[in-house]
Design a protein around this ligand. Structure first.
Ligand code: IPE
Ligand code: IPE
Ligand code: MG
Length: 248
């Protein structure tokens, strides 16, 4: 079966999971971490090479202080507890987003995990933290503009490939598949540039309930889709025949 090389996930529904059980929202985030652990392991086993998880958006800074600080605390604990497992499972860890807004302690822990796992090769696990796609695009546009102003590049050199280089995701392929849980069908400012041709899959499951079975269902659906990138179905079939592949 064709497996997505890069899977991106909007992990949504922790709060509702907790509210349904009359628990505080943070209890849902705690359960959500268990789903993260299971999904990372399943993706690694299935041969996904890049897994990008939307963990905290630029807009999530507007949530009540109590929830934001509990999430930061949970993040630090998750990183501390997962470091050994990332090392033994050959997982490289990285982050995208405006990390300068994160508390200094969290930043230090993140940097330590990034450095210690930097030589790993099996799976690239990326957390989107304090991430918003518009913010990322604005930061890229500013950085490119300063290169032009300083004379290091010309306006004519600005193209898709150059833009890619200035995004937080530089060096990564675009996501092949996006999964969003909790039944919401929106992108919520995630990877707008990178998802130009990503296949979208929406699951009704709340993130704490999202299971390996559900992941397999999403992958089977992905494998059935024909990605045409603006070409005709016949062109795609010819191309894949020439490469000796099954076009679906
Ligand atoms: C997703 O779950 C996790 C974060 C955004 C941090 P939510 O907290 O958005 O859960 P719901 O959408 O309120 O159920
Ligand atoms: C998107 O979920 C962000 C993360 C999963 C981190 P939200 O719950 O913040 O998105 P909206 O507000 O429903 O669009
Ligand atoms: Mg939500």
């Amino acid at each position: 079966m064709r497996i997505p090389r890069h899977l991106a996930i909007i992990m949504d529904g922790n709060g509702r999971w907790a509210e349904q059980r009359s628990l505080p929202r943070i209890a849902g985030h705690h359960r959500g971490v268990e789903t993260v652990q299971a999904v990372v392991e399943e993706c690694r086993t299935l041969g996904v090479k890049y897994l990008t998880l939307y963990a905290f958006s630029s807009e999530n800074w507007g949530r009540p202080d109590e929830e934001v600080s509990a999430l930061m605390e949970l993040l630090s604990r998750y990183l501390e507890s997962e470091l050994d497992s990332m090392l033994s499972r050959n997982i490289r860890f990285q982050v995208i987003g405006e990390s300068s807004r994160l508390p200094v302690g969290v930043r230090e822990t993140l940097q330590r995990v990034i450095d210690l796992t930097s030589a790993n090769t099996e799976l690239v696990l990326t957390l989107a933290l304090s991430y918003g796609s518009r913010n990322e695009l604005v930061r890229a546009a500013r950085a490119i503009a300063s290169e032009v102003v300083s004379g290091r590049r010309t306006v004519e050199q600005i193209d898709d490939a150059l833009f890619d280089e200035f995004l937080d995701t530089h060096g990564m392929p675009d996501p092949d598949l996006l999964i969003r849980t909790s039944g919401e069908m929106r992108i919520s400012n995630f990877l707008l540039w990178q998802m130009a041709y990503t296949e979208l899959y929406f699951s009704e499951a709340l993130w704490p309930e999202f299971s390996s079975e559900e992941l397999h269902v999403a992958f089977r659906e992905f494998a059935r889709r024909q990605r045409r990138f603006g070409l005709t179905a016949a062109q795609i079939c010819n191309e894949s025949e020439n490469r000796g592949e099954d076009s679906h």
